[in-house]
Design a protein around this ligand. Structure first.
Ligand code: FAD
Ligand code: MLT
Ligand code: ZN
Length: 537
């Protein structure tokens, strides 16, 4: 555990819970929603990675916006610090208390308020679990624009508050694009009703965006309105392997398993295609965007270390491309509306009586993906690939990618870095870290390649300051030098609050602090997080 006291000092202006406070909350919420049970408190004080641990003595479970408002109004008047918590799957120590903050979780606010089948607009309470929303929409013929490995536990309010990216961002964009409105309760108990359902509304400042990604530091999100895309009939998933140049040269033995073509022969005839590519990934991504364009819905990657971890940690998971060791694996998903195989032939007589035959070949989505894979093979961008034959195989591909964070957790201590970097530079950092760390730890790279988002993880049997010294500030400096972001999607939380200057200018951070002061003058909402400690009180 990161002992909070080594990172920050408890803000002395916060009060400590007393008997009267508990009585007030019991009166407001009823006994059952005021949790003081030690086992439950142990769970909610501990983050998903088992890295951060607080010592809160109280968990509150409001059932309505009005109850949230009353809780905050009271806490503000008493100067009691509060941590909004959702599914507690956050990865930066933002969702658990640092000291004795009161935990407020809107898990009981889990109703779907409305769904409009014409517009695809879903309005729901913030405590809805993402997977439940996914199932609800599936029955309606729609999908969530957001999907991620923690869907079984995370809440939409937590997703919005972290501006979670996930596996579909390459297609549907971030929650800044999909959230049409929200309701939030400010620290003083005021309710901001911004629960619009309009695609267009330019009446002044669009304040909802302040709450998207503010990690519970500006208010508690209680309701969300979100634009959901229709479910399309044709979803295809390919699992590909990529190697570097030297591996490309020995590709002749490789085979392609989705079309039954003698690929080895094809390669011999095309050996000139194997020119050196400084960044195979970048080229593959560019090609995917160009050739799969409107149907590309995920472009994810993991390296061999990540693959080995998943294979090692989970029984029953197997590598779909086990023939030889590959350096990288890429998962491409396409989603489109056309699944039919439309090939038809028609003929006509030209003006000078010549009989012409037209073959009109209308590509289905699956064919498009197959053609893309074949051309990527021919261009030496991939060395092997397999296209999921059915839904079970498709889920088994996703299981590998989505299983990486859990596999890392099972392997021991993990240092997580979530970086936006130029795609062509991204993997250089993983290589650099391997050199820096040598035998001290395993360096694992995976992430949302399509979004330029690398998850650099360092895995070791246990946490060790010597390892940390090799990683930080090196990783942050490297990222800043390449004008990247030190948090692509996980947020800053406690982990990176003090590192914000690597990605934001002093003036920007100062403006953020002013907004925080305006909305939460006593600083009771998620203290010690997001803003640097010098401005966070
Ligand atoms: P919590 O973890 O409980 O909280 C996260 C932050 O939001 C905290 O700062 C908390 O104070 C605040 N918060 C929570 N609820 C509210 C609310 N109602 N109002 C105001 N503030 C609130 N993230 C990605 O971006 N992409 C991924 O692909 C992804 N995959 C993941 C896979 C796994 C296996 C895990 C464990 C995590 C993953 N995450 C990912 C990280 C995480 O950000 C998301 O899981 C999710 O968005 C967090 O939601 P939650 O409900 O668990 O929020
Ligand atoms: C992911 O993409 O798997 C998540 O962001 C979690 C992680 O980074 O480990
Ligand atoms: Zn991610």
């Amino acid at each position: 555990f990161s002992s909070a006291s080594t990172l920050v000092q408890r803000n002395p202006s916060f009060s400590t819970l007393n008997f009267d406070d508990i009585s007030y909350f019991k009166g407001l919420l009823g006994e059952k929603s005021v949790i003081q049970d030690e086992d439950r408190l142990e769970t909610v004080n501990t983050d998903w990675m088992h890295k951060y641990k607080g010592s809160s003595k109280l968990l509150l479970l409001p059932r309505s916006t009005e109850e949230v408002a009353q809780i905050l109004r009271y806490c503000n008047s008493r100067c009691l610090a509060v941590v909004p918590q959702g599914g507690n799957t956050g990865l930066v120590g933002g969702s658990v208390p640092v000291f004795d903050e009161v935990i407020v979780n809107v898990s009981s606010m889990n109703n779907i308020i409305s769904f409009d089948k014409v517009s695809g607009i879903l309005v729901c309470e913030a405590g809805c679990i993402l997977e439940n929303l996914i199932s609800f929409l599936d029955n309606q013929g729609f999908i969530m624009p957001l999907d991620l490995g923690a869907k079984g536990s995370c809440q939409i309010g937590g997703n919005v508050s972290t501006n979670a990216g996930g596996l579909r961002l390459v297609r549907y964009g971030s929650l800044h694009e999909n959230v049409l409105g929200l309701e939030a309760v400010l620290a003083n108990g005021d309710v901001l009703d911004m629960l619009g359902t309009l695609r267009k509304d330019n009446t002044g400042y669009d304040l909802k965006h302040l709450f998207i990604g503010s990690e519970g530091s500006l208010g508690i999100v209680t309701k969300v309105s979100i634009l959901t895309p229709p479910k399309l009939s044709s979803v295809n998933i390919a699992f590909l392997a990529c190697n570097d140049y030297s591996s490309c040269q020995v590709l002749s033995a490789s085979k392609i398993s989705f079309l039954g073509i003698n690929y080895a022969k094809l390669m011999q005839n095309n050996s000139s295609a194997y020119h050196f590519l400084s960044s195979v990934h970048q080229k593959l991504l560019m090609e995917a965007k160009r050739k799969l364009g409107e149907i590309l819905s995920a472009f994810e990657f993991l390296d061999t270390e990540a693959m080995n971890l998943v294979l090692h940690q989970f029984d029953g998971v197997r590598n779909p491309l086990p023939a030889s060791m590959h350096n990288f694996y890429i998962l491409i998903e396409t989603t489109g509306s056309d699944e039919s195989y439309n090939r038809y032939l028609f003929s006509a007589i030209s003006a000078n009586n010549i009989y012409i035959e037209f073959i009109n070949h209308k590509n289905s989505c699956r064919e498009k993906l197959e053609a893309f894979l074949l051309s990527s093979m021919e261009d030496g961008l991939i060395s092997d690939g397999v296209l999921a034959q059915d839904i079970n195989q498709a889920s088994s591909f996703w299981r590998i990618r989505e299983g990486v964070p859990e596999a890392l957790m099972k392997a021991g201590a993990v240092y997580k870095y979530d970086l936006s970097l130029p795609v062509e530079k991204m993997y250089d950092l993983v290589d650099d870290m391997r050199i820096r760390l040598g035998d001290m730890a395993k360096v694992v790279g995976y992430g949302h390649l399509g979004d330029g988002n690398l998850h650099l993880n360092v895995s070791a049997p246990e946490y060790d300051d010597k390892i940390l010294e090799q990683i930080e500030p090196y990783v942050y400096e490297w990222t800043s030098k390449h004008r990247g972001s030190i948090s692509a999607e996980h947020g800053l939380g406690l982990m990176k609050a003090n590192k914000i200057y690597y990605s934001k200018s002093a003036e920007t951070v100062q403006t953020m602090a002013s907004i925080k002061k305006l909305l939460d003058p006593n600083g009771i909402l998620n203290p010690y997080k997001v803003l640097p400690h010098s401005l966070n009180s």
